[in-house]
Design a protein around this ligand. Sequence first.
Ligand code: ACO
Length: 436
Amino acid sequence: MTPSDVKATLSFSDGSASMDLPIYKGTVGPDVIDIRKLYAQTGKFTYDPGFLSTASCNSNITYIDGDKGELLYRGYPIEQLATNCDFLETCHLLLYGELPDLAKKTAFVKLVTNHTMVNEQMQFFLRGFRRDAHPMAVMTGLVGGLSAFYHDSTDINNPQHREIAAIRLIAKMPTLVAMSYKYSIGQPFIYPRNDLGYTANFMHMMFATPCETYETNDVLVRAMDRIFILHADHEQNASTSTVRLCGSSGTNPFAAIAAGVACLWGPAHGGANEAALNMLEDIQRNGGIEKIGEFIKNVKDKNSTVKLMGFGHRVYKNYDPRAKLMRETCYEVLNALGLQDDPLFKLAMALEKIALEDEYFVSRKLYPNVDFYSGIVQRAIGIPVSLFTAIFALARTVGWIAQLNEMIGDPEYKIGRPRQLFVGSTSRDVLPIGQR
Ligand code: ACO
């Protein structure tokens, strides 16, 4: 953080002493006003529910310019990473700060590949769930459960433990997601195949059976890999902030990532991909393209709770760059599968066109986000809708762990402990039960 020559001055209309607040500059993006001494000097807190104006940390991992619609991982534009790199190269970049050269890539791929199996006992843990449990309920349990199986990597203050936990999490997430899927459909678990790449192996564990191998299709593997790259990190979003807050107590990395999985599940966050596809299917069932006008009218009605899922973003006030890449992938996958006339894709494009021209969406700067098209791609690949958010969790794991490790390594790191504006009852006496 570079101190700025400019200082902010906080003054009060009641004549109390004013206070100078330091300002820091990042390499790019808004400056921040340092309010750490505010309470000690004024006895006042700041108030910012939803963190609309609060930088909770300094970070050198991911940068978003929401007005431009720009997303950089460690300085590299997402478009270049999605076009020129694969997911494990992106993981290396997020974890260690640099894209690997060939030798480093080979070593990293080998390291991750050596950890794809999960402790056999995890199967019995998984079998305790109902088969119709939501995959995110199962994943929250399984990821938290890893801390009960891998005791040698649970000390968050030990850099080697943190590194091995990171590799284990990245390597085992595909195995756990595929296991939860197989369990839900009553098929035997398929063990990882280490002769396959990361993403092809995930698809093998998802779609092979003991009776039949899964023939990987390069277009579909590349599409799934791109989904992983686009979801790998996204700055201090709700689930990442959850992981940081949870990890700030010194809990083990598996527990902190399980907290991130739980947060991601919500429909305003990672659950939006599932909600967006369900919404498209609903519109299709109720009349399709003809009925879009009625649906949009409902979305705009102040008295309805209907939202255009897959639209809008706290940070992007322009087209989400990931949504553009996802739309491109959508074309490729549907063409490769001969599904050019897919009605849901046509419906999504028609909805997007209307929304982008409608005053309601234009004035609120609501654009498609990554979830608007990712569901159509996943559905075409054969992924069931209920598994979409678990796949998001798989991909985001590297971002969570990179952010967690960055926080623990930061000399300024402290346990996260927000304060509040208390508006409840002041001190009062407990009355005997008969007098309440
Ligand atoms: N459909 C209709 N109206 C919307 C939508 C939407 N999808 N999103 C925002 N708005 C409206 C709000 O009603 C509000 O209108 P108002 O000013 O008249 O009250 C205005 O736009 C501002 O919206 P907020 O909810 O204040 O914006 P916020 O930054 O808090 O929320 C969020 C962002 C949660 C993503 C929201 O846009 C939303 O719920 N979108 C749908 C869910 C979704 O797609 N989530 C995925 C996010 S991306 C991700 O996690 C990968």
